[in-house]
Design a protein around this ligand. Structure first.
Ligand code: GLN
Length: 526
């Protein structure tokens, strides 16, 4: 196992190469040569086990008993999915050294499909962040940043919170990786790292064994080198699981799948006649960069050239998405993270062990959690406090419902979750928006001012709240539980990747992947 390291050092060889990744062997080579630099993996599987798994795949292939399209594929797992061999730390000191007694359902599915789990990937602590700088194991560096001589603060981020998964895929350390997406955590890093980032509809994939950040929003996500691999992973992990009460039941799933497949089949070729694509004016947000706007236009052009009709739409409650999200997510997080008290869960502080004072909880939590998680637990606790609950939490739930209704009002497809939903006449099939407001920022632009002492040598300017604004483009789909996929579509002025996002009606997951496949060819065709 590679050691977990706080140090982010320098590249030895160029990372992004044209060569196709073929096996776990190539993936392991990439991990050995580049992980020290980009810090994508926090734990790597034992080489002997990988060798054995590789041999098993080869034997199956020789005997014609392959387990399917993922048999032998090297895959990474974000460190908030429980695995019974490797530690599961959620990027936190609180869980350092902990190994789960069981495996997350989606990890089991991948094993059954013959995937070779390469290791666990770095992440913002408990999924809280957008730049992957809040990890106990150090920041993840964007693999497209070749400027190895610049100081750490000047390096480009990989995005978060699934930054390790996105960077690992971009650097060829695996062909796909599991991430989790609560408010954008697969789509934002996918955009920054130039890979596909897919968040299925809420309830499509089991959350059993995914350590909760905010349950009503947490979704298993997929980072992949292309739409093909994202689809293969989705096919392997999207199944009913009785252990997750929010997982889509089979009967409902069959009904939704039928409609989903019919729609995907309608545009099985690249002729998009009859497809209506919505472009919401509200996503033309204040901090959006010109480079992103240009790439958004390219994406629109690409779909129009293939026969799609592009229509402007309005999602008027989008402006409430950010405050509603942070109210709901932090409220749920403060309650979820209460279990890490050093008694039943988490590493226990030794500070008071020899004294009569009983500050075990306080010491444990003060020592264990990082600055961002502490900030969010405190805000979340305030949000759930009697008195502020009515003023904050309830209005946020109302705003969430209005945001969901906005989407139902523009989609031509009925929302299968809402029996009253009919689908809008002259509505849209899909929505096209940017995934991020800019190319990946530098680390120093993401570190909140108050954390300066903790992030040695990095000077910075932003308040914690300013850094939350990055999520403005990804959060609405999370609040509505919709399928959303970020596809790399171009490079910005600084030469870093920029992604566009496709949003679909609830349950239309294969359709949205089909659209992503078409959009993924946008860049080279312009
Ligand atoms: N950046 C958002 C947050 O910090 C989303 C994170 C996520 O999706 N896990 O909450």
């Amino acid at each position: 196992m590679l050691s977990r390291s706080n140090l982010v050092t320098r590249f030895k060889r160029p990372l992004i190469q044209g060569r196709q990744l073929s096996s776990w062997h190539d993936a392991l080579d990439k991990i050995h040569s580049h992980n020290e630099d980009i810090n994508a993996f926090v734990a790597v599987e034992d080489k002997q086990l990988l060798e054995q798994l590789g041999k098993d795949t080869a034997t199956r292939q020789a005997q014609g008993t392959s387990l399917g399209p993922l048999d032998g594929a090297p895959i990474g797992i974000k460190d908030n999915f429980c695995t019974s061999r490797l530690e599961t730390t959620c990027g936190s000191r609180v869980l350092e050294g902990f190994t789960s007694p069981y495996e997350a359902t989606v990890v089991k599915h991948l094993n059954k499909a013959g995937a070779i789990i390469m290791g666990k990937t770095n992440m913002d602590e408990f999924g809280m962040g957008a730049a992957n700088i809040f990890s106990h194991y150090g920041a993840v560096i964007n693999p497209h940043d070749k400027d190895a001589s610049s100081p750490l603060g000047k390096r480009r981020v990989a995005g978060g919170s699934s930054g390790g998964s996105a960077a690992a895929v971009a650097a060829g350390m695996c062909v796909a990786a599991l991430g989790s997406d609560t408010g954008g955590s697969v789509r934002l890093p996918a955009s920054y790292c130039g890979v596909v980032g897919y968040k299925p509809s809420y309830g499509r994939c089991s959350r059993y064994g995914l350590v909760s950040y905010a349950n009503s929003l947490d979704t298993v996500g997929i980072l992949a080198k292309d739409v093909g691999y994202a689809s293969r992973v989705y096919d392997a992990i999207s199944m009913y699981d009785e252990k997750d009460p929010t997982c889509m039941p089979d009967k409902f799933r069959r009904r939704v799948d039928e409609q989903d497949q019919a729609l995907a089949g309608r545009w099985a070729t690249d002729d998009l006649s009859g497809l209506v694509v919505g472009v919401p004016q509200e996503y033309y947000v204040d901090p959006i960069s010109q480079t992103v706007v240009d790439i958004w236009r390219n994406g629109i052009q690409h779909l129009r050239k293939r026969g799609a009709t592009i229509v402007p739409i309005s999602l008027p409650h989008t402006r409430f998405a950010l405050p509603a999200y942070f109210t709901i997510a932090l409220g749920e997080a403060s309650s979820n993270l209460a279990r890490f008290d050093g008694v039943e869960y988490g590493r226990r502080s030794k500070a008071q062990a020899d004294t009569e004072d009983n500050f075990l909880y306080a010491d444990t939590r003060a020592e264990g959690f990082g600055s961002e998680v502490k900030r969010r637990i405190m805000l979340g606790t305030h949000i759930l406090t009697a008195g502020t609950y009515e003023k904050n939490f309830l209005p946020a739930q109302k705003a969430r419902r209005l945001i969901q209704q906005d989407f139902d009002n523009v989609f031509s497809l009925a929302n299968p979750l809402h029996s009253h939903s009919q689908g809008a006449t002259s509505g849209v099939h899909v929505i096209l928006v940017p995934s991020a407001t800019s190319e990946p920022p530098r680390i120093e632009d993401c570190v909140p001012e108050s954390d300066q002492q903790e992030q040695d040598g990095i000077e910075k300017h932003n308040s914690a709240v300013e850094t939350y604004v990055n999520d403005v483009l990804t959060i609405p789909a999370s609040l509505a539980g919709l399928p959303a996929v970020s596809v790399p579509v171009g490079k910005g002025q600084d030469g870093f990747p920029v992604g566009l996002q496709l949003l679909g009606q609830y349950g239309y997951d294969r359709f949205i992947l089909r659209m992503a496949d078409i959009l993924s060819r946008a860049e080279q065709n312009q």
